[in-house]
Design a protein around this ligand. Structure first.
Ligand code: NIG
Ligand code: FE
Length: 425
């Protein structure tokens, strides 16, 4: 099936241009009424719009030529959504943390006690390739039902050679076999695993050097050689990894040819955002407690700010200073952060509602944040993220008539059909 016609689009709304949109441009979308899209071999070849008789005739003629026709029923069509930050590959769940949280334990308290990420590491190490493949594949099916057509997934619940490689191999296979494009990020530096942890009672310090030897001398080179990841990320946070450790590690990753991402300023501000800007990271992610200095560094480094309102919501923390980022010309993307600890939610539409209410973003800014800016955070902006001729035909057909409604109604899935490379999924 090569020629596809999407007809009867009431409103087509999309950012324009294959680059990260910042400042005022973040809020600029093209809005076309009464449109149709022609697709050939998964690529958009023409966008027709208007309501004159000759346009109607043209669409009828195209319908005769098309191998398949998809009816948008007069509703809204946008680019397929781009999910730019998840930790979607893991064993087990962590619902047992909830009572602890209700008794007042914080995210870092639970991590310190050997729970949190450590718990998920145990469950992930115990999971087989097939189990991880099945579980992640179902998550991808679920995100695609919300209109997502490209999805980033970070490793980081293995933290040893075999499990990190296993997870990245699962992601590679999913990218080949699942309809969604899967972008994989190696996040072996997510937490210090138990085998490198010290013991205060025995006076034994953490062996961070040993851990980074494993990362730098074994894992990074192996992953580069076997082409198992698109990006490298590290969690820079108090009690996890310091700015100095991050800098040395990310330099090594860059030497091996990786683009880098940084988990920065999620809980305590220790300088991760500044480092991301300084090292020209492709993206800095979380940024809940980023300050003006950090934001200025991102602007200077051309780094995309990937903001994750679902995590603030779930951790009960403050929300990233997105208005200041937009004012200071930092391109902003929004993602879920889907993971078993700090955001067990994979509904990107819900993040759009939170972005309106908590980040005070405008609907047009939000559409840019979940499409082309998210694509730019993944080096995919030339392929996906806008509805333009030459782009991959990744689209969301909504059950509503305008994008404001998508930011206003919350809790329901407002996407009716998801189209990947011109085909319904
Ligand atoms: O992005 N910050 C680190 N990683 C995840 C949480 C991981 C977990 O708690 O399992 C995050 O919030
Ligand atoms: Fe995260």
């Amino acid at each position: 099936m090569s020629k596809v016609l999407i007809k009867n689009i009431g409103t087509l709304q999309t950012p324009v241009g294959s680059y990260a949109h910042k400042g005022a441009e973040q809020g600029e979308n093209l809005v076309l009424k009464n449109a149709a899209i022609l697709i050939d071999k998964g690529i958009i070849t023409e966008i027709i719009s208007g309501d004159g008789a000759n346009i109607k005739f043209r669409v009828e003629e195209e319908q005769k030529e098309a191998d398949s026709v998809i009816d948008a029923d007069g509703h809204l069509v946008t680019p397929g959504l781009v999910e730019s930050h998840t930790h979607m590959i893991f064993g087990g769940y962590r619902q047992h943390e909830l009572p602890k949280k209700l008794r007042g334990a914080t995210y870092l308290d639970i991590l310190r006690e050997g729970g949190g990420i450590n718990d998920t590491v145990r469950a992930t190490r115990a999971s087989s390739f097939e189990e991880l493949y099945e579980k992640t594949s179902k998550f991808l099916d679920e995100v695609s039902s919300f209109g997502v057509t490209t999805c980033e997934i970070k490793s980081g619940y293995g933290l040893d050679f075999d499990t990190e490689v296993k997870c990245l191999e699962v992601l590679k296979k999913l990218n080949q076999e699942h309809p969604l494009d899967v972008v994989s990020t190696f996040m072996g530096a997510h937490a210090l695993p138990p085998e490198f942890k010290g013991n205060i009672d025995e006076g034994k310090p953490d062996d961070k050097e040993g851990f980074f030897r494993l990362m730098n001398e074994k894992l990074l080179p192996y992953i580069a050689e076997h082409d198992l990841a698109d990006f490298v990320d590290i969690f820079i946070e108090e009690e996890v990894f310091s700015v100095e450790e991050g800098r040395a590690y990310l330099e090594k990753a860059k030497e091996l040819g990786y683009d880098i991402k940084v988990h920065a300023d999620e809980i305590k501000s220790i300088g991760g955002t500044e480092l991301a800007g300084e090292m020209k990271a492709k993206s800095a992610e979380h940024l809940i407690v980023a300050d003006s200095k950090g934001i200025e560094a991102l602007a200077k480094g051309g780094t995309v700010a990937v903001c994750l309102p679902g995590t603030s919501f779930y951790l009960g923390s403050t929300f990233a200073p997105v208005r200041e980022m937009i004012e200071k010309e930092v391109p902003v993307a929004i993602a879920t952060d889907f993971n078993p600890g700090s955001c067990p939610c994979l509904n990107l539409q819900l993040m759009m509602n939170l972005a309106i209410l908590k980040y005070k973003m405008l609907p047009e800014e939000i559409l840019t944040a979940v499409t082309v800016n998210a694509a730019a955070a993944l080096n995919m902006e030339n392929i996906v993220g806008t509805v333009e001729v030459g782009k991959q035909a990744d689209l969301a057909i909504w059950s509503i008539d305008d994008f404001n409604m998508a930011c206003y109604r919350y809790g329901s899935n407002l996407v009716k059909k998801t189209i990947k490379k011109g085909e319904l999924i």
